[in-house]
Design a protein around this ligand. Sequence first.
Ligand code: SF4
Ligand code: SF4
Length: 282
Amino acid sequence: MPVGLARNTKNAAEWFESVTARQPVKATVTAQHFACTRCGKCCYGWLPLTIADAFANAGRFPLAMVWTTVPEASRAFELTAQLGMTVALPKRKRVAVLIAPTAYLPPSFPCPALSSENQCAIHADKPLRCRSMPFYPYRRETDQADMLVPRKGWVCDTSANAPVVYQNHKILERDDFDRERAALVEQAPMLRAYAETILKHYPAVMARVQKTAQNPATGSIVVGFWSFLRHHRTEDPVKFAKAQHPVLIEFISRTAATSMLANYHKYYQESAAELAWFTKQA
Ligand code: SF4
Ligand code: SF4
């Protein structure tokens, strides 16, 4: 099973880091403004997806399961445990683990759906994660203030001319946030059952969880998406493989010549090898 560590600097990886932060940035104002200028700058690197969005985009994104540990002292611990699971550690300690189906792209790679004009080519069908931006339902609603602070290079409008979107720790237009949160809550039992099986049968993954829990700076744990297939009883693995395999082959080629992308290249190779048998079935 491909298991790797990933340290990432952009997009979803920053959101993952924000989940693991012990102290979210404190809001200094009660009303925060935000408008998307459609610069496309946040459409690079990892993109966490719901299970449904991952399968719906198997022919577009190279997929991985990304496991992120959240310490008991974090404000995000309870919600992460609800959306994922808890793992017992030595000395009666626990760690919460978020398990996220993820479009697993190098941080320098644009989303395959981003057009040359930096527009989303699948706007009407884009994943829930993209719809909820800039909010992040893996965090409590009261801890969203710093999600409205643009990351370096992002061209979000947070001036007084932009609409107020967050006030007194409440999201004002909340339909997309609620929809993504509801999907995360609904899928949690399936992800938990999957993760428990993986931890039971793959000691290497448990060792990585324990190591990451002791030192979160070692990064998230990347597990082959194919390992999830047997847990999703309604998804046809042959259909999935026939959609996903060509994507992996393309990304093997795109990452072949860059040594800094060796971990991604290896992951794509191993995942493609795991799916190859299914692609030959009728
Ligand atoms: S699906 Fe569209 S909005 Fe989402 S990351 Fe890709 S290009 Fe951006
Ligand atoms: S970085 Fe900000 S302005 Fe640019 S596409 Fe993303 S949300 Fe919109």
